[in-house]
Design a protein around this ligand. Structure first.
Ligand code: FAD
Ligand code: NAP
Length: 344
């Protein structure tokens, strides 16, 4: 276990932003994690835990210790009545876990295919796509309290999941390190969600094959590959903003002035607005600012425009672009966009 000094984080964030950590360590087991926390305490350092770096924006160098969590392992806990419970360590790659579960014949997370990042981070923001969220399958998770190093089990209810939210982004922000998660998947009688986004059209294009977790996963992978920039080629962190949720009265006011607004009812009182539509309507789709740019195929995604400008983007440039978008959307629609990406 080596503590590196002045370590570049360029390869540890999918924006590909150059930022330096005062100290950096990769940990592979709980003993190493405890040693890292001891090192941090002795030197009174700030702490940043890093998974796959796919939901993070570094706007400055990091004063303190970056702990790259590399805990690996999968365990089948139980199997009965068409249901299985599996416990997955935090450092496992999320999409590899999805592919593994599909190869075992398990269902439940196929709609969450090709989401970058690690299993340990996925519950933090209740990752979601195509009508499914991790909260639909998560049973519990274990996390280490940073201040005491005690390991606590959080039930589904303890996690306080919400739309792209959990208690770990709110009241417990920065207080716990998520170590592993237990999921309940189906081994038979799978329940599918296909009436979302472009899934049905994609399946029609493939001749309406018989549904299975594998068929749905492949359809979603194909849609995502056609729309989203590959972070290994164009730096990005997925959707930079959340879809704003507004009261129905506000939605109706917006619709009066902008009849084409894309929106979805959320229960009886609220409406979810498609942030991508708001940004596109504000004229930002495909537009650059400095070395940052709004992706031409998906206005919710901000990209590192190094390929076109020849200069790597800075975190501040991405931040400035996001500020300009927030301001314009606010001025036009009186809606304040919230960032989904974690700013450090
Ligand atoms: P990181 O970026 O490493 O960390 C994110 C935050 O969590 C940081 O603040 C970090 O300090 C903290 N953290 C990391 N690990 C831990 C831990 N074990 N304990 C405590 N804190 C921790 N998200 C979706 O919900 N749906 C999508 O469809 C989706 N598509 C995407 C597509 C692309 C191309 C990209 C680049 C991103 C996409 N995302 C999506 C966002 C991202 O993949 C998820 O948020 C993912 O869960 C982030 O995981 P990570 O390990 O990369 O997190
Ligand atoms: P899309 O299918 O073009 O849809 C645009 C927006 O409309 C999405 O944000 C989605 O909301 C919403 N939507 C579509 N169909 C809906 C339905 N039947 N009911 C309710 N809401 C609906 O979106 P996309 O950009 O191609 O992304 C597809 C899925 O992948 C979405 O679920 C999206 O959240 C997810 N994704 C997330 C990220 C990320 O970084 N967070 C990045 C890429 C894709 P929701 O976003 O609430 O689902």
């Amino acid at each position: 276990m080596i503590f590196l000094e002045k370590k570049s984080l360029k390869l540890y964030n999918t924006f590909g932003i150059e930022s330096y950590a005062d100290f950096f360590v990769s940990v592979h087991n709980l003993d190493e994690l405890k040693q890292a926390l001891f090192f941090r305490k002795e030197k009174s350092l700030d702490l940043l835990v890093l998974g796959g770096g796919s939901n993070i924006l570094f706007t400055q160098d990091l004063k303190g210790l970056v702990v790259h969590l590399d805990l690996k392992g999968k365990q089948l806990l139980s199997e009965s009545n068409g249901k299985v419970q599996v416990k997955i360590e935090a450092g496992e790659n999320w999409h590899e876990f999805v592919l593994w579960s599909i190869a075992q014949g398990y269902g439940g997370i196929e709609n969450l295919s090709l989401i970058p990042g690690n299993v340990g981070t996925a519950p933090m923001q209740n990752i979601g796509a195509y009508g499914r969220e991790i909260k639909d399958v998560l049973v519990s998770l274990e996390a280490m309290e940073v201040s005491t190093q005690e390991i606590k089990t959080f039930s589904h209810a303890d996690c306080q999941f919400d739309y792209r939210e959990s208690i770990f982004k709110k009241a417990h922000k920065g207080k716990y390190i998520l170590l592993n998660a237990t999921f309940e998947l189906t081994s038979e009688n799978h329940k599918y969600t296909v009436s979302y986004g472009a899934i049905e059209a994609e399946l029609r294009g493939k001749g309406l094959p018989e549904l299975s977790p594998k068929v749905i996963s492949e359809a979603i992978i194909s849609i995502r590959l056609s729309k989203l920039p590959d972070p290994t080629k164009i730096g990005n962190a997925g959707s930079f903003f959340k879809n704003p949720v507004v009261e129905n009265e506000q939605y109706l006011r917006i619709k009066k002035d902008h009849p084409k607004v894309v929106a979805y009812a959320l229960g009886e009182k609220f409406t979810k607005l498609a942030a991508g539509w708001l940004i596109e309507s504000a004229g930002w789709k495909g537009k650059p600012l400095g070395n940052a740019k709004v992706h031409a195929q998906q206005a919710l995604v901000l990209i590192n425009n190094a390929k076109e400008t020849g200069v790597n983007v800075t975190g501040k440039e991405i931040w400035d672009l996001s500020e300009a978008i927030i301001q314009d959307v606010q001025n036009i629609f009186s809606v304040r966009l919230e960032r989904e990406v974690n700013i450090h």
